[in-house]
Design a protein around this ligand. Structure first.
Ligand code: ATP
Ligand code: MG
Length: 572
């Protein structure tokens, strides 16, 4: 393809964005930002995206059948699974003006995921045990009302996803398929050039199960996720599910006299610790929650930690947990929000205390009295030592893995894929059952498996770039060869390079030929480095009958005959 003809060129004056992928992909002419979170893929960018999606497609075809489901779908489908009101990224479409409204006033869900479409679809066709197992997938654009879009292609409000859904007659069969899908996923990331940095991490399985889901996480500084790695077991936990043991603190002191201290309007533990002149670790954060079964819950963690609501919900054994309203807080603690503590709470409040609160002397907690904090609290003296301490905190750097007491290695990562055992959550909602050999109806088991090709494109750039530009892995590079023509005004050079271009194309080598006249060598070289195609060939007056060959990831160029270069390219 001729660089002079493709739409979207490098942009020298392009600004620096919040991430390497946004900066380099926009500057390199791969994508154009329409607004934060939505992008146009220009010719070069679309070639990369298509290559990523085709690798995903080739591998997923070995375990599923490709279909294409729509993006706008009836709200009733989402009401059926009770997700219309509960999925916090759900968007809908409405007619945008009076004229449009007069024609059709219906509102539709803009799909962020497709369980609500694929489950009733499967139900229309496959009911007999003979039809199982089977799996359907599509690669398509998703919409999510993300609160904060950031890092270029890593988090958009519109993005590409491959989502696969599998259907089974037994839990065992689902689990077998699920385990095999992990292998297929790892192969995909290997082919995409990020395999060596991509790990499987345990993550939340959702509110309906105690099981983990499995995330495919590429270790990378720009990633939004935090992984907790246990070296001795080789297991990665996503922060949201990492079991945690707080590091012990120094307790080399005597018990002091308990006091209530007035501290009006102090915000946050840092300010409180400073005000009381105690370390943050001696403060206590107590939060009041309401469970869906109306129980009132007080949860306490050591200052500096936050409460992990998923862990808390599991400890409390309820299905939905929400922060108590200021009125409820006032009713049960007798104080305004911000002064709750674990002392003297009424009997009807169930108290869950994190293990990090234990083993401290002279600690602080809210006094359950507006503007007051109790200090020098000690278990056994000021309040009974609870029968059980829990792990209800969000793990943080420095924490220990409870089983081996080793310190976690903490790493930033970007989630590039996620697989979930869904069991019967969705098939039950749609009353999707199969007929077994004896003519009996039985529940259908289901799994779902996502991969984000557009995020992956961003992650690849995050992983593979230098100060000059991108270094695309061969499998996803927009072209295999960047052919640079210099001295093009010279007829002999031009016809020689045209021949080489034709020769390469005839051999099915994908070539981007920088045929621009009036652009100097330095500029063409820096564009080639920015665009990041794996091999650069230069033909000029100076190279004579030969060709200069240089790999993007190597410093040295070599001058070779066209035959040698072709050999190198074909053996690559
Ligand atoms: P995250 O935790 O990052 O918000 P998620 O767990 O909600 O993602 P899934 O529903 O598991 O995402 O989606 C499957 C895949 O789609 C993810 O693994 C990721 O690669 C991609 N993806 C999800 N949200 C976005 C987004 N806003 N922008 C780009 N890709 C995304
Ligand atoms: Mg996910």
């Amino acid at each position: 393809m001729l660089y002079s003809k493709i739409f979207g060129k490098t942009k020298k004056d392009s600004k620096k964005y919040d991430s390497a992928n946004a900066t380099l992909l926009i500057k390199g002419g791969f994508i154009d930002q329409v607004m934060a979170g939505t992008y146009t893929y220009l010719t070069l960018g679309l070639r990369v995206l298509n290559k990523i999606e085709n690798i995903v497609r080739e591998e997923i075809n070995t375990i599923g059948s490709e279909i294409l489901m729509p993006s706008i779908v009836p709200q009733e489908l989402w009401a059926k699974t009770n997700r219309l009101e509960t999925v916090d990224v759900l968007m809908k479409t409405t007619a945008a003006n009076k004229l449009a409204l007069a024609k059709n006033s219906s509102e539709y869900v803009l799909s962020p995921t497709h369980e609500e479409v694929v489950t009733p679809l499967a139900q229309k066709f496959n009911l007999s045990y003979k039809d199982f197992p089977f799996a359907l997938y599509h690669i398509q654009t998703k919409f999510r009302n993300e609160p904060r879009v950031k890092s270029g292609l890593l988090r958009g409000r519109e993005f590409r996803m491959k989502d696969l859904y599998s259907f089974h007659t037994t839990e065992k069969n689902l689990k077998e398929y699920y385990e095999n899908s992990k292998k297929v996923y790892l192969k995909i990331f290997q082919r995409l050039g990020i395999g060596n940095d991509t790990v499987i991490a345990l993550a939340s399985g959702g509110s309906f199960t105690e099981d983990y889901s499995h995330e495919f996480q590429t270790i990378c500084e720009t990633g939004e996720d935090t992984l907790f790695f246990v070296k001795s077991t080789g297991i990665y936990y996503n922060r949201e599910v990492a079991p945690s043991l707080a590091p012990p603190i120094n307790n080399d002191e005597k018990m002091l006299e308990r006091k209530d201290v007035e501290g009006k309007g102090i915000k946050g533990v840092d300010e409180l610790a400073r005000f009381l002149n105690i370390p943050i670790e001696k403060t206590t954060k107590t939060m009041i929650y309401e469970a869906d079964d109306k129980r009132i819950i007080a949860a306490a963690v050591r200052g500096g930690y936050s409460i992990n609501e998923d862990k808390l919900r599991k400890a409390v054994k309820c299905s939905v947990l929400k922060m108590a309203s200021p009125e409820t807080v006032k009713k049960v603690t007798g104080a305004e929000v911000g002064y709750a503590g674990i002392l003297n709470l009424p009997k009807e409040v169930e108290i869950y205390i994190d293990e990090s609160v234990n083993n401290r002397l002279n600690f602080e907690c809210g006094a359950n009295k507006t503007n007051y904090h109790s200090i020098n609290i000690n278990f056994s003296r000021d309040l009974a030592l609870p029968k059980e301490f829990y792990d209800i905190k969000m793990a943080k750097d420095g924490d220990l893995y409870p089983e081996t007491k080793e310190k976690y290695e903490v790493k930033k990562a970007a989630e590039v894929g996620n697989i979930f055992p869904l069991y019967t959550k969705f098939t039950e909602a749609f009353d999707y059952k199969f007929i077994d050999q004896d003519g009996k109806e039985r529940p259908v088991y289901m799994g779902c498996y996502g991969i984000g090709p557009s995020r992956i494109m961003g992650v690849i750039v995050e992983m593979l770039h230098d100060d000059k530009g991108i270094l695309w892995p061969e499998a996803v590079a927009p072209f295999q060869v960047h052919l640079i023509g210099l001295d093009l005004k010279d007829e002999t050079v031009r016809s020689k390079i045209n021949n080489i271009y034709k020769n390469l194309e005839d051999k099915n080598i994908e070539v981007l030929y920088d045929d621009r006249e009036g652009v100097n060598a330095g500029e063409k070289f820096s564009d080639a480095d920015l665009i990041g195609i794996p091999v650069r060939l230069v033909v000029s007056k100076r190279t004579g009958e030969k060709v200069e060959y240089k790999k993007r990831n190597e410093k040295e160029a070599r001058i070779s005959s066209l035959e040698e270069v072709l050999k190198l390219l074909i053996s690559n």
